[in-house]
Design a protein around this ligand. Sequence first.
Ligand SMILES: [Cu+2]
Length: 138
Amino acid sequence: MQQHKRNRIPTYAAAAAAAAAVAVAGVLFVGTLLTSATPRTINVVAGKNLYAPQNLGNINSGDTITWANNSVHDVTSARIPAGATPWSSPIQVGASTFSRTFTVPGNYRFYCSIHSTDTVANATTQSPSEMVGQFTVL
Ligand SMILES: [Cu+2]
């Protein structure tokens, strides 16, 4: 009986050590996945009273959006996720850019305060003829 118990103790210890190793490996693996995406820059043209594209789709946390102005516009946040910081660019005249990096997950709506409104930006389906846009940070 004593011999039987002695043989079992190392087995449990080995199983516990293996489980711990798997847990650590899992954390390292997930950590690698979360940090491995190379930040990108997504370009939006602010042109003839429209943003193009209007819907940027999904972007990754850490990506930067650059709005390239070629008229007289700004870029102002409408509805944004809880915990995200609202923004309002200066009014841009002529060729200039405005950039922001986004890290809080969720759907962001934005608009030009000269040519549209936050209400229009927050519409479930944004009008393609309005100077509003959106994207979702994953
Ligand atoms: Cu505008």
